[in-house]
Design a protein around this ligand. Sequence first.
Ligand code: ADP
Length: 736
Amino acid sequence: MRLGVMTSGGDAQGMNAAVRAVVRTALARGIRPYAIREGYSGMVAGGEMIRAMTWESVGGIMHQGGTVIGTARCQEFRTREGRRQAAKNLIVHGIDNLVIIGGDGSLTGANIFRQEWPELLEELARGGEIEAGAAQRHPALTIAGLVGSIDNDMHGTDMTIGADTALHRITEAVDAIASTAASHQRTFVVEVMGRNCGYLALMGALSAGADWVLIPENPPNLDNWEERMCQVLRAGRQAGRRDSIVIVAEGAIDRQGRPITSQYVRQVLEEGLEEEVRLTILGHVQRGGTPSAFDRNLSTLLGHAAVEAIASGEIHGEAVLIGLRGNRVTRAPLMACVERTHAVNQAIQNRDFEAALRLRGDNFADSFRIFRTHARALPHPPAAGQQRFRLAVMHSGGPAAGMNTAVRTAVRIGLDQGHELIGVRNGFIGLARGDFREMDWMSVNGWAHTGGAELGTNRTLPAESDLYHIARNIEEHRIDGLLLIGGWAAYQGAYRLYSQRHIFPAFNLPIICLPATIDNDLPGSDLSIGADTALNNIVQAVGKIKQSAVASQRCFVVEVMGRDCGYLALMSGLATGAERVYLPEEGVTLDDLRDDLNNLIAGFQNGKRLGLMIRNENVNPFYTTAFMAALFEEEGRDLFDVRQAILGHLQQGGDPSPFDRIQAARLAARCVDFLIAEAGKDEPDSAFIGIQGGKIVFTPLEDWPRLIEKEKQRPKQQWWLDLRPVAKTLAAAGGP
Ligand code: ADP
């Protein structure tokens, strides 16, 4: 079996990781992989442009932006003659399976090619351009499509390859702009990419805490939206805000379908606010830079799954799209996905914006709703007939990036609905001591993008003797609901209060826990806030560590956090191409270490230059990172040397990633809704919120003991353990 892998259309960060996964999985499955360079141009040109790939030829490319095998747009492939030529070139190499990484254009082209394949081959055989036997040996062309597009504009996958990294670039840029804007009390208009799709603009606005956003799917539904926008920005200033930021998607339109240019928005603001307004068009910066941890892993998983699908024979002669939905790799008929994607564009053109928003899916619409609430949020009196509640918000557990973002959303959304918000400082210690403070709209200003935890957090659990004080404080401060944003300690503490309701009536209030820990070790949610940032921190640090070894034959043993959960170790291992990850779920024995050592020796004897092992901090109390490094160093003798790197607290710090900010905002908004709905009830519910399969779900707090391994402090079910075989396959012959 042979397959060709190609990148096509606009480049996107993460394409290299996909190519690497395709090539290595193919080799592991006994399939011969070929790279087709420069997209369809290379397929039409043939010759040198189609090259057999080896394990090493995709080494050291995962961290690079763009695509090392080149991409292009190709007019010839749009013609039948061009495709006939392409078919001939594939047959020369015996290739009848293609993995294509590109946008909807590239994937549509691939499907046309597949449909024509039998007749193209027949024609080529008739003309004597290929031998008759070849046509019979390759009766069908199989296509596995991966969507590479920074716009996240494709149906059939929650995320496209490159979108998360583009969001990183946008968020970094807007953060930087916001700080200069705040210094001068200035207004900025920022234009981001997205001709038909407002994903980058909307998520960028949500994650950067912008004031207004204009996207193609949902044009402002007022005739005088310009006036309304100026009003909102003015109100923000009056409330104390120093910077104002408006994000415009390049394809933004009004209700009549006329373009709203960023230049026009600038002009409107300048006239309306009577101040100088600056415009920044981000342009190709958004396509640049090293791929995010998420894009590396997404690409790796999809590339691996594409080859598995081909190898299984289950998609023989078909065109399927390999996508990711709610953390699961999925297959769907390619053309159905393309058609659904075009339906959104069509709806926009027909000015059926309701349909456009609906077709984009629940998450998109949900994020839009939250953004709008944020943009409008100002202290409001409660609606007529609505009771005014006092809601407390606090942290517990280790610090996680995104904690502040969650508090900001909770406070502003709560205040917007007329409630009072109380911040509890320093976790359960503050709750017991009565370290409470009233939060106002400006007290969370700038918190969307700051790392750490402004309210303070620690792992201290409420002791038996604290419970009485906590109960009194809840009563004295007339707290009607409690939002706990944090990790294991938050959940455990919440459960303790909940289970003492019969003794302390004060605890009979709704409690909601929001998962925020870098360890990702909580039940009820596939992911916790902070884990994505930590993963990016690790990936960046490992990148630097690897670079430091340029001139030597060296192996690194890198220790990452996670306590008794191997999530960070496995996912950072996948994203950095580690050859071995040590997980607390599996532990490590002396025999394991002996095997690993032998693999290292064999690898370095075969010319390997760099080794990378990632070890979770709690894998084994005796076989420490230092011990393992010393063992490998001693036994590696002159062949290679070994260094250890314990990454430590850099993993918990840093500004939250766009993903962590967006999820923190979404979850916090829903937590406030939950508390308002439950507060004042005789028997209020308590729960923990989470994201499962891409959807927001609530799990009753009383289920806590049933869902956890108590001693190990991790959930009984961990979805990501299923990804271990992928990591093993890609590491099999060693070498990142
Ligand atoms: P993207 O894949 O990013 O959407 P394009 O739409 O520019 O980018 O498509 C990339 C390439 O895919 C084109 O240059 C062309 O070679 C091929 N292609 C696109 N659409 C078709 C089509 N309808 N028929 C044949 N080839 C196509």
